[in-house]
Design a protein around this ligand. Structure first.
Ligand SMILES: *Cc1c(COP(=O)(O)O)cnc(C)c1O
Length: 415
């Protein structure tokens, strides 16, 4: 039986949802058996009244935490006016958000979509189309990096080339060449007259919080310029303040030609965007791309508010200060739990603990959850620590205490 939304969260201790997950939901996730009813700031409240410190942020999405008053107000105000008109007409909110994004970044053109995968797939289309209209239709191939994650559509799966995610979905979309991150010689060797673009996440998120060094990013930018390829950045996870700059590539003092953004942009409302220079976007003329829902007025109202808050220099400065405390806390935990933790990784509030080989990320995520702290697993035997950007120093200190208990628990389990 479906429970009425009004009942949720108002009857702590009295569960109105089934104790078992419904088989009617396609079983594509190994979900934790918990239903959250309400959120506030960094905290989530389960249906039974239990309170969890959310240091997963819905996988780097809830940049401003849960139920941020400004976001709630923006969504409610827009909901009273207009939900959807389609892209057959001008959408005021799109023009507002696109102007903000072009003012704040390298970009001169923005296309709105609904998710990270769509933004990545669209970025690939922009890159191919650029060469096509430049008289080089043969430049179709995109070089990507092993360990990448660009989404779950057929093209973005092929882009990342992760065999586990591709299994059973043949034929694999063509046009992608994969190289090892950090191997610049292999990268240059992979560039051919058919290379349209090099595409990468400045920090691989799902792949295990593995960062490209600023030097490598600058070298890759130079390689693109030398060979006439476009640089496509996937900042779906690293963007919108997550690393303490509005976008992670700013740390390396480079700019891409095309960039995919999503996750934090809507603070929990689904929205994605493709950003590009005017030159890179020159082929994106009427009829070349589209989306029924992309840039819907509700999404735009929320995204405009997120950007106004996150792009404030003091806000980003605050993220960098908090990030320092988080990094210090995690480094302390690594020293304290050297039998479990191998390495602290990441930048800003996109951090991860790489665990020793005899410990699995699932074990630590489960132990932390038992202690009422939410974390997110990742590849390369990593657990991600992704607090909302609004987390206070007190929240971070509390998370470190809980995480210490969880690590002790894991050490006992495996010891
Ligand atoms: C999450 C993610 C995606 C996919 O986003 P969806 O909204 O799940 O489609 C793509 N790239 C990166 C770097 C991501 O972290």
């Amino acid at each position: 039986m479906a429970s009425s939304p009004a009942a949720l969260g108002k009857t702590p201790g009295r569960s109105s949802v089934s104790t078992e997950p419904s088989a009617a939901v396609m079983g594509t996730y190994g979900r934790q058996n918990i239903v959250f009813a309400r959120g506030e700031g960094c905290w989530l409240f389960a249906e039974n009244g239990d309170r969890y410190l959310d240091f997963g942020s819905g996988v780097a999405v809830n940049a401003l935490g849960h139920a941020h008053p400004a976001l709630v107000a923006a969504l409610k105000a827009q909901a009273d006016k207009l939900w959807h008109t389609s892209n057959l007409y001008r959408v005021e909110g799109q023009e507002t958000v696109a102007e903000k994004l072009t003012r704040l970044t390298f970009a001169e053109r923005v296309f709105f979509c609904n998710s990270g995968a769509e933004a990545c797939e669209g970025a690939i289309k922009v890159a191919r189309r650029y060469h096509y209209v430049s008289g080089h239709p043969e430049r179709q191939r995109i070089i990507t990096f092993r360990g990448a994650f660009h989404g779950r559509t057929l093209a973005t799966l092929a882009a990342a080339g992760n065999e586990k995610y591709l299994e059973g979905f043949a034929p694999e979309a063509g046009g992608f060449d994969h190289v090892d991150a950090g191997d610049l010689a292999a990268l240059e060797a992979a560039i051919s007259p058919e290379t349209a673009a090099i595409m990468l996440e400045p920090i691989q998120g799902e792949g295990g919080v593995r960062a490209f060094s600023p030097e490598d990013l600058r070298a890759i930018r130079d390689l693109c310029d030398k060979h006439g390829s476009l640089l496509v950045l996937d900042e779906v996870q690293t963007g919108v303040g997550r690393t303490g700059k509005l976008f992670a590539h700013e740390w390396a003092d480079i700019t891409p030609d095309v960039m995919a953004v999503a996750k934090g942009l809507g603070g929990g409302f689904p929205v994605g965007a493709i950003l590009a220079t005017a030159e890179a976007a020159k082929g994106m003329t009427p009829g070349t791309h589209g989306s029924t829902f992309g840039g819907n007025p509700l999404a735009m109202a929320v995204a405009a508010t997120v950007l106004d808050i996150v792009s404030e220099p003091e806000f980003l400065e605050g993220v960098r200060t908090k990030a320092l405390h988080l990094k210090q806390g995690l480094s302390g935990l690594k020293d304290q739990h050297a039998d479990v933790v191998e390495e602290v990784r990441g930048a800003g509030l996109l951090t991860g603990l790489k665990l020793k080989a005899h410990v699995s990320p699932q074990q630590l995520v489960a132990a932390a959850m038992d202690e009422k702290l939410l974390l997110v697993g990742a590849g390369d035997n990593c657990v991600r620590v992704l607090p909302p950007l609004i987390a206070s120093d007190k929240d971070i200190a509390e998370a470190m205490q809980i995480l210490s208990r969880a690590l002790s628990r894991v050490a006992r389990e495996v010891g």
